[in-house]
Design a protein around this ligand. Structure first.
Ligand code: PDD
Length: 298
């Protein structure tokens, strides 16, 4: 809701809890100068982080891909996220863990000797999309902006530079839509601006394969697991936008939004009954409850 504060009181910066409003990073930080860094966003339910280990493993993979050495082991970062949630007395929240390469010996792109990464963790109250949106879906568009080529800044790296997604998000806003689905440079469906995309076609649950050039979403992995266990036909592949437009159901996935149905994609309106999406939405909730024993609104 709109009454929630935008920023919470306590953040964690380079080893300690600090008042978030006064926390500061040097102007020569490479995150600011070059977008040189990575991040993760996790959800908490009833104060507990969901799938912290998976997110920290992905953070480590992103770090390795950009030759950045994480200054803290995953276990320490897991404790930090819990600490920030507790310090701010949050129940259902979104926690963001940001790592930049820090300050170089000189403000030059190649000057990475003796850098010490900047690590920031902050949290915001968040209980997911509005109930009406979970139920009825949101409108999205197919963006003209393409997802980065895998041989450019590979979308598998959860890079701090979100401008590609930002441009697609602005296209969506101009079209009066909530979000955008991006195609890869070869014209195959890739992912949302901050989510993966799924659709149901002739009863088969489809999602772009990793080869499409996407982030390997934690939620995507859970949904694929659940779908297979529930006996749905599942297909990861390369799909043209026509397949997505012809689908019976479509939804986005991310840790923040869980499974969010698409009511429309551009001019295409999807049917209001979403049997597969609904089953998977419930199964996801059950998974969260089983793991965290949450008493949140879930
Ligand atoms: N974004 N694809 C992109 C480009 C994303 O940014 C995200 C997550 C996902 C879904 O990943 P996961 O299921 O692991 O959350 C896919 C987070 C929520 C963010 O940017 O804050």
């Amino acid at each position: 809701g709109g009454a929630e504060p935008q920023f919470t009181k306590w953040a964690w910066l380079n080893g300690r809890l600090v008042p978030a409003a006064r926390a500061a990073v040097p102007v020569f930080d490479r995150g600011l100068l070059f977008g040189d860094g990575i991040y993760e966003t996790v959800r908490t339910y009833g104060g507990k982080v969901f799938r912290a280990r998976s997110h920290l493993a992905r953070l480590a993979a992103s770090a390795a891909r950009i030759e950045l050495r994480l200054p803290y082991p995953p276990r320490a970062l897991e404790a930090v996220m819990a600490r920030v949630v507790a310090a701010n007395r949050l129940s259902d929240a979104r926690v963001r863990l940001v790592v930049t390469r820090g300050v170089g010996a000189s403000p030059d792109l190649g000057a990475i000797a003796r850098t010490r990464p900047t690590v920031l963790v902050y949290a915001t109250p968040y209980a997911g999309p509005a109930e009406a949106d979970r139920l009825n879906g949101v409108r999205a568009i197919l963006a003209r902006t393409a997802r980065n080529h895998r041989r450019a800044l590979d979308p598998a790296i959860k890079s701090l530079n979100l401008l590609n997604s930002f441009l697609a998000k602005r296209e969506a806003a101009r079209a009066g839509a909530r979000d955008a689905v991006l195609l890869n440079p070869d014209g195959f469906v890739a992912e949302g601006t901050a989510s993966n995309v799924f659709f149901v076609r002739r009863g088969t649950l489809c999602t772009p394969a990793l080869e499409a050039g996407i982030l390997e979403g934690i939620t995507r992995g859970i949904v694929l697991d659940l779908a297979r266990r529930l006996g749905f036909r599942v297909r990861e592949g390369l799909f043209r936008p026509a397949a997505l437009l012809a689908a019976e159901e479509a939804f986005l996935t991310a840790s923040t939004i869980e499974l969010l149905p698409l009511a429309a994609l551009g001019a295409r309106r999807y049917p209001a009954s979403r049997p597969v999406t609904r089953v998977l939405q419930s199964a996801y909730r059950v998974t969260v409850l089983d793991e965290l024993g949450s008493r949140s609104r879930a």
